[in-house]
Design a binder for this molecule. Structure first.
Ligand SMILES: *Cc1c(COP(=O)(O)O)cnc(C)c1O
Length: 425
């Protein structure tokens, strides 16, 4: 579900025509819908509240890496959403956007001592420890500060899942989390230290997961481990279930709903008397954003291939080049006429700068606008200035209002970050 619909043949973000935004801000540009973010968070909140008996006072912590724009974060923060963070920068962003430290979870395989110290100062709710060696470093950092942070041990349940091998995190060879067989001993070790307070277990097995089975398997593994730890006299009061539920990039109608997913979690956790946490990223943000792009030229080659050369490139939207990801691409203004097969490419000097092959689209001409749907997660956050292209701007729409929430830098701004070495005169 999203709020990008056609009104009189022209695609709108809520009630704002995308043509208006393209004219005002230029292209390429990301456009986000407040109503869509609000709707997705609301559905999640409603599902979680329905199962309060099994899930406790559950935290929904948006995975900031999916879309870390400050206004997007502030939109979610105002609804009561927390933040799942993986760096000091993300903790700082969440705080700046108005998320209280008590709603921030700090995850990640490679937190530096400085980042751990910062997380303690920010009094984050929970640090998810991903290895024995990290636990030792955290104990040392916390001891130096006289702190005893609440932690969860991130377990790798050896159930990898996800829409692509490159977005699987819970497999046996993945770098994430503590192997399930080592986790109980590590938990006991943490409990014996006066410098950390183990409160629970965490998992996150992958992204763009389109069936509930692997997630259920991972949640059951956490349940069993909780019972085993308790049998050994250890307290476990929280289970952090991670993110990973997929979205219908292909318009699929058979994906598990938010209610199905949360209901499954509630069944698995029922009777454990734990407080659950969820870390959705893609689920909240993907369909809340589009990437607007203009056709530079239509290159109809004599070999029969027709290249639609767009002003957006892989530096603006990396998912297709990085994980062969599919984005639906639509003409912003409806065009009558015969549908053709286009290869959608960007202007970057890389052969991976291809968004799609032989995509069926109405007849398009230079200057026409297209929208990449489902681009609100892992879109702008992965953008770069490769080929010296200014970083793609971001616009937030709310009803009939809109604001540029990240501006396109001028060339002078780009150069200003590169002081010339003094010996070069
Ligand atoms: C990336 C990530 C998420 C969010 O994943 P989605 O697939 O976007 O829901 C949640 N938790 C952790 C630890 C992550 O690294």
């Amino acid at each position: 579900m999203h709020h990008f619909d056609r009104i009189d043949g022209a695609l709108h973000a809520e009630t704002v025509p995308l043509e208006t935004l393209a004219g005002a801000v230029g292209t390429p540009a990301y456009v986000y819908s407040t109503a869509t973010l609000t709707r997705h968070y609301g559905l999640f909140r409603e599902a979680v509240d329905t199962h309060r008996g099994s899930l406790g006072d559950a935290l929904i912590a948006f995975a900031v890496k999916a879309n870390s724009n400050l206004s997007v974060l502030a939109t979610l923060a105002r609804l009561g959403c927390g933040a799942d963070t993986v760096s000091e920068g993300e903790i700082r962003r969440a705080l700046k956007a108005g998320v209280s430290g008590q709603r921030i979870v700090f995850s990640g395989v490679g937190k530096t001592d400085a980042e751990l110290a910062f997380a303690l100062e920010a009094r984050v709710r929970q640090i998810n420890v991903e290895s024995a060696v990290e636990l030792d470093r955290l104990i040392a950092v916390a001891a130096a500060k006289g702190a005893a942070p609440e932690i969860a041990i991130r377990v790798n349940p050896k159930i990898g899942a996800g829409g692509h091998a490159r977005i699987t995190t819970g497999g046996a060879t993945d770098k994430f989390g503590v192997p399930a067989e080592e986790a109980p001993a590590l938990y006991a070790r943490a409990a014996a230290s006066p410098h950390v307070t183990p409160v629970g277990l965490a998992c996150h097995i992958g992204s763009q997961i389109t069936t509930l089975e692997p997630l259920e398997g991972a949640f059951r593994a956490l349940r069993e481990m909780t019972l085993a730890l308790r049998a050994g006299g250890l307290a476990v009061s929280r289970l952090d279930l991670g993110g990973g539920l997929g979205v219908p990039y292909h318009g699929q109608t058979d994906l598990p709903s938010i209610a199905d997913y949360v209901g499954m979690a509630a069944r698995v956790l029922d009777g454990l008397e734990v407080e659950a946490a969820f870390e959705p990223g893609r689920l909240l943000a993907a369909n809340a954003g589009v990437l607007l792009s203009r056709v530079i030229q239509v290159n109809a080659r004599s070999d029969g291939r027709t290249f639609l050369v767009l002003d957006a490139g892989m530096n603006d939207l990396m998912r297709p080049a990085l994980y062969d990801a599919f984005h639906d691409v639509v003409a912003v203004r409806e065009r009558p006429g015969e549908v053709g097969a286009y290869d959608l490419v960007g202007p970057i000097c890389e052969s991976t700068d291809v968004f799609a092959r032989e995509r069926r689209l109405p007849p398009l001409e230079a200057g026409d606008l297209v929208a990449f749907m489902g681009a609100g997660a892992y879109g702008a956050v992965l953008a770069s200035e490769y080929n010296s292209r200014p970083l793609v701007p971001e616009v937030l729409v709310d009803g009939d209002r809109w604001a540029v929430v990240r501006s396109r830098p001028s060339y002078d701004e780009m150069w200003s970050r590169e002081p010339k070495a003094d010996w070069l005169g």
